[in-house]
Design a protein around this ligand. Structure first.
Ligand SMILES: Cc1cc2nc3c(=O)[nH]c(=O)nc-3n(C[C@H](O)[C@H](O)[C@H](O)COP(=O)(O)OP(=O)(O)OC[C@H]3O[C@@H](n4cnc5c(N)ncnc54)[C@H](O)[C@@H]3O)c2cc1C
Length: 587
């Protein structure tokens, strides 16, 4: 019997903020939209975003989008594409107000306007005083945003496939993406979804690291799918380590805590950020603060019996403020660290948090696969948005509050362009059985039982290699060893077996499929990191401590076939304003 098929105008893979914002745009254009998500939409990782979304509204302190653009370019350590950054910062105020009108319950100032808090890397007047640009809904901004977008999609009659797992993209002979093969997790039945346009919005991949702030579901499936379809992954070496994960667990304590006045101390009670970032202190950019903590720990000034964390002090803010503005954080600290931040400081250490790299796209969310010697070409029918994409607005280091903005701005832009594409390409292209058969092999690959390495065991080995060989500080020797170890593990994937129980649950197959994707991302990350012989943003190369603009003002492109790397220049020219040329980055 053949595999069941359903036909839509658009397929959106992923129901986080990026996928839902795109789907809403499409559904409002009366297109027939399918959204596939491996978890119920409102459980997507966007729900966990705490601190807020950036927009130069100027409600709390003076602000304008041009300053926001400057901060983002500087924060990216000049690796961000300035046209995309200009676009994002310019439309931010309008799109945040639009979210408010959709129903996001933002925290308010006494005058009724949206409250704005200070976040790291934000300045007034191109590097002057601290700005306050982040719009929160208490410390549960992502929750508010995701539920609002879900409800708006229900109203617009978007069609949801909840708890369906996308396995692989389907392409035709001419290279058009014509849909995807998905799996109904409950029944284990495969389904072909045919579509004129497909959007990858599968979120981040920080689960490649053992200690991570990310949900278990952030396994880089979209990046795996793109790589298997012969497409590149861009700037994969840039992984953000958030300075304040709960020590030993990795769960996030938002930068909003420092924005509200919390600060870090070492075992001597010293406010050590004074030494590393005399002006911005605890609100320096995330890469800077994470490195500072790593140095404190390495030099023996860490707290606790193992000296493996520092302390985040908040009690001086007063219980009233903590309970009103940071209730979720207090709850997390009490639950995981067993301490009430109203009374004692929170033990924290850096945790893998955000994937700056991803599937390369242009401003419209079209996936671009640069030919070696030609112009960048859009892959017909394929789009990507959100954390799985690299547009690139975050370059080598993302600023807090800019990711929720990224998913809204480029989710919407992708939706707009997909609608336009469909006006010009109004018919579904045929999906050949051969393409479906090929994708099915990706599934049957994991139907192996018997003796071998378990999925959990292989995950443990992989995530340890990434933690040991590709962390906050990297050296040539450690990364060369990492490359060797991760490529060995990739080969050993063939030996991974599902448990030998007479009945294997579908969840075990899903975990195996996720492991396959995690390995694709880990290999891409390790190889890209080993290739970049400079230090820039989150990539801190001990043997090459300086930024090298002469040789490395370019994006890395990793291709799965032959494990090769290619490069393309950073787009330094904004759309309508003067460029910000690279200069020394101090906070
Ligand atoms: C703890 C935490 C706090 C954060 N706080 C902030 C903040 O305050 N401000 C900020 O700007 N950013 C913050 N970020 C970052 C930001 O939240 C994320 O980058 C952003 O929400 C990602 O959105 P997304 O739509 O790209 O993906 P996600 O929200 O991760 O959604 C991914 C979707 O893809 C689906 N999916 C994945 N693989 C498959 C598959 N194979 N088949 C079917 N479906 C699939 C999932 O089911 C899910 O629906 C935070 C991140 C974390 C982890």
């Amino acid at each position: 019997m053949g595999i069941a098929r359903r036909r839509f105008d658009c397929l959106v893979i992923g129901a986080g903020g990026g996928g839902l914002r795109a789907a809403l745009q499409l559904a409002q254009e009366d297109l027939h939209v399918a959204v596939v998500s491996k978890v119920f939409p409102t459980r997507s990782h966007t729900v966990a975003a705490q601190g807020g979304i950036n927009a130069a509204l100027g409600n709390a302190l003076p602000d304008n989008w041009h300053w926001h653009m400057y901060d983002t370019v500087k924060g990216s350590d000049y690796l961000g594409d300035q046209d995309a950054i200009e676009y994002m910062c310019r439309v931010a105020p309008r799109l945040v107000i639009e979210l408010e009108h959709y129903g996001v319950p933002f925290t308010r100032l006494d005058n009724g306007r949206i409250y704005q808090r200070a976040f790291g890397g934000q300045s007034q007047n191109f590097g002057g005083d601290q700005a306050a640009r982040t719009c929160p809904a208490a410390d549960r901004t992502g929750h508010a945003l995701l539920h609002t977008l879900y409800q708006q999609n229900m109203r617009a009659q978007t069609h949801f496939f909840d708890e369906y797992f996308a396995i692989d993209l389907l392409r035709d002979e001419e290279g058009f993406v014509v849909g995807a093969l998905v799996l109904d997790i409950e029944s284990g039945e495969p389904l072909v979804i045919e579509a004129k346009t497909t959007l990858l919005a599968t979120g981040g991949a920080c689960r490649i690291f053992r200690t991570s702030s990310n949900a278990m579901i952030n396994t880089g499936d979209g990046i795996g799918m793109a790589l298997r379809a012969g497409l590149p992954a861009q700037d994969m070496e840039f992984v953000q380590f958030h300075p304040t994960g709960i020590a030993g667990y990795g769960m996030l304590i938002s930068e909003g805590v420092r924005g509200e006045g919390g600060y870090l101390v070492n075992k001597d009670g010293e406010r050590f950020m004074e030494r590393y970032a005399p002006k911005a202190l605890d609100l320096a950019s995330r890469d800077v603060v994470s490195r500072s903590i790593a140095i404190e720990l390495r030099e023996g000034r860490g707290c606790g019996p193992d000296g493996d964390h520092v302390l985040l002090k908040v009690d001086h803010l007063g219980a009233d403020l903590i309970k009103k503005r940071l209730p979720g954080i207090r709850e997390s600290a009490m639950h995981f660290a067993g301490t009430d931040p109203c009374e004692v400081p929170i033990p924290v250490a850096p945790t893998a948090h955000y994937s700056m790299g991803g599937i390369p796209t242009n401003l419209h969310g079209q996936v671009v696969a640069p030919e070696r010697h030609g112009p960048e070409e859009a892959v017909p029918g394929l789009y990507a948005a959100g954390e799985c994409a690299c547009v690139s607005v975050h370059g080598a280091n993302r600023l807090g509050g800019n990711s929720l903005l990224d998913i809204i701005v480029f989710g919407r832009a992708a939706g707009e362009h997909m609608a336009e594409y469909i006006r010009e390409n109004p018919y579904n292209r045929p999906v050949a059985d051969e393409a479906v058969d090929r994708a099915m092999q990706g599934l049957s690959r994991w139907d192996r039982k018997g003796d071998g390495i378990s999925v959990a065991d292989m995950y443990d080995r992989m995530s340890r290699v990434m933690e040991q060989n590709c962390s906050v500080f990297r050296t040539e020797e450690v990364m060369a060893e990492g490359v060797k170890r991760i490529l060995e593990l990739e080969e050993q994937l063939e030996d991974v077996r599902l448990s030998d129980h007479s009945r294997t649950f579908n969840t075990a197959r899903i975990e195996a499929l996720e492991l396959g994707n995690l390995m694709e991302v880990a290999v891409a990350t390790m190889l890209s990191a080993a290739a970049r012989t400079e230090s820039r943003g989150a990539h801190s190369h001990v043997d090459y401590p300086d930024r090298d603009d002469k040789n490395w003002l370019k994006h890395t492109l990793y291709l799965k076939d032959g494990h090769v790397l290619d490069y393309k220049p950073v787009r330094m020219r904004p759309l309508s304003v003067e460029a910000f040329p690279p200069k020394e980055r101090v906070y």
